[in-house]
Write a protein that binds this ligand. Structure first.
Ligand code: CA
Length: 244
């Protein structure tokens, strides 16, 4: 089941071309989110269950999906996994009631870029969505093609890793983290640096696990031996450093 969006509000031009799919089975909440982000100038579609979410996501050209995890039919995780399996690189912001470590790990492993704990205000959600569209600063300075040890090649423009005859998609967030580490390979990058400059959070005091979970996922894709990372090195008590 899907809801029709209503007439577009006069929004800020930065946002007007972005299309967002809101997936939330609680209809009142779905409508509240839709109204808030539509009013801000985004183009919005709503899906109320997992199956229509997947169908709508595949049929439309969305820039971002706000995805509730607990849904009738397919769960949000199932939807996310199916999209990533299709090599969809759409940004995905997961909504979760619990935000327990295990849920977050599963969500990020399935390819989520960010999450928001319920309950939240539409304003908070809007800030998170806006942040998703801000790219890491100086991103263009990172090379587009990387040749890594172990005959692993990374195409940052296409967000793909080529290894062992396979093509593994990177999420936009993973691409941004990698670019950022490479651009700052002359120093240790702290979790706070990443949260402020890549996630564009206003403050970085609570979300450091988010960074670590993404680093683990990224290592699995780009490290020759993910269990013994040599490219994304951990600097104990400080953060991470890109080898070179
Ligand atoms: Ca739900």
């Amino acid at each position: 089941m899907t809801l029709e969006g209503h007439s577009t509000a006069a929004g800020e031009n930065q946002r007007t071309k972005r299309k967002i799919l809101v997936v939330e089975d609680e209809e009142a909440l779905a409508v509240g989110i839709r109204d808030a982000i539509e009013h801000a100038g985004y183009e919005v579609a709503v899906a109320l269950d997992g199956n229509s979410a997947l169908e709508t996501a595949r049929a439309g050209d969305f820039d971002l999906i706000v995805l509730d995890l607990m849904l009738p039919g397919q769960s949000g995780l199932d939807v996310l996994r199916a999209l990533r399996k299709d090599k969809h690189t759409v940004r995905v912001l997961v909504l979760t009631a619990l935000a327990e470590e295990e849920d977050l790990v599963k969500g990020f492993e399935a390819g989520a870029d960010d999450y928001m704990k319920k309950p939240f205000s539409p304003r908070e959600l809007l800030a998170r969505i806006d942040a998703q569209f801000r790219r890491a600063t100086m991103e263009t300075a990172a090379p587009e093609h990387l040749e890594l040890p172990g005959d692993i090649k990374v195409d940052l423009a296409r967000l793909e890793v080529h290894r062992d005859g396979e093509t593994i998609p990177l999420t936009p967030r993973e691409g941004d983290i990698l670019s950022y580490l490479i651009q700052h390979n002359d120093r240790v990058v702290t979790r706070e640096d990443l949260l402020l400059d890549v996630w564009h959070y206003q403050s970085a005091n609570v979300e450091t696990r988010t960074v670590d979970i993404h680093i683990v996922g990224l290592r699995r894709k780009v490290e020759p031996e993910p269990a013994k990372p040599q490219l994304i090195q951990t600097v104990r008590g400080k953060g991470y450093r890109w080898y070179s």
